[in-house]
Design a protein around this ligand. Structure first.
Ligand code: GRF
Length: 235
């Protein structure tokens, strides 16, 4: 088996975002320039009506919707929130196969995620270990650095005074920024970097990695067999 998605039906992505949407743009550009054959964006969802990502979607004639979500809150462990129920209906209506969280600032509950096993991925602007868990990460040069999760991971890396951070694409699990890794790349922290300058360089890497991750995952066997990190990356 080649492992390539030979099916006639394209993989239908939903991209969930809350802001700028430069990673959505990277996916749009890759699809339009035929770098992601067999992949289409079925729906863009934002919890923020002013998210520039919505404008990007509309400019490319993609279905895009503002889904009011209210304040960020800790999700229930046993049942989906009303917002998640509404989101689920939308995802089903648009026949979404795969969900990309691209700067989506709301935590999704375990019951929501269970509906889409290994079908929700997230971009995190820091380095996570292979299985996503643990509190340290060993960089290519053998240095052990802390794992930065949650908000302002770029700022956290700068404040820690380390030399390397990076970008990680990982499966989403109920624990925030702690799922198995699909793609990852280090980014050097330069002297004089600000949060903005460093985040810009991390984003340049992210834009490449998100396309790479979706290309890998478009092999249907990678999705259905729940391959661990090492297996997925060796293709
Ligand atoms: C990215 O840096 C991503 O890692 C983080 O949110 C940012 C979203 O950027 N989760 P954009 O909205 O795609 O430009």
């Amino acid at each position: 088996m080649s492992g390539i998605n030979m099916s006639e039906t394209p993989l239908r992505l939903a991209v969930l975002l809350s802001g700028n949407g430069s990673n959505l743009q990277a996916l749009i550009d890759a699809i339009e320039s035929k770098q992601l054959p067999g992949v289409e964006i079925a729906l863009v969802v934002s919890n923020n009506p002013n998210a520039y990502g919505l404008q990007r979607a509309l400019k490319h004639a993609l279905p895009a919707i503002y889904l009011p979500w209210g304040q960020a809150n800790v999700p229930q462990k046993t049942e989906m929130s009303e917002n998640e129920t509404r989101l689920t209906s939308l995802l089903r209506l648009f026949q979404v196969d795969f969900i990309v969280l691209a700067g989506w600032m709301r935590i999704l509950s375990a019951p929501f995620l269970e509906q889409f096993p290994r079908r929700v991925i997230n971009l995190h602007p820091a380095l996570l270990p292979n299985d996503g868990t643990g509190s340290t990460y060993t960089t290519k040069d053998g240095t052990e650095i802390p794992v930065f999760r949650g908000l302002r991971a770029v700022r956290q890396a700068l404040d820690a005074g380390i030399k390397v951070t990076g970008s990680t694409i990982h499966y989403v699990t109920p624990e925030v920024d702690a799922g198995p890794v699909i793609c990852r790349e280090e980014v050097a922290i330069e002297q004089g970097d600000t949060e903005e300058s460093l985040h810009e360089r991390v984003k340049v890497v992210e834009h490449r990695l998100i396309v790479e991750a979706v290309r890998k995952l478009n092999r249907r066997d990678a999705i259905t067999e729940h391959l661990p990190y090492d297996k997925i990356t060796e293709h």
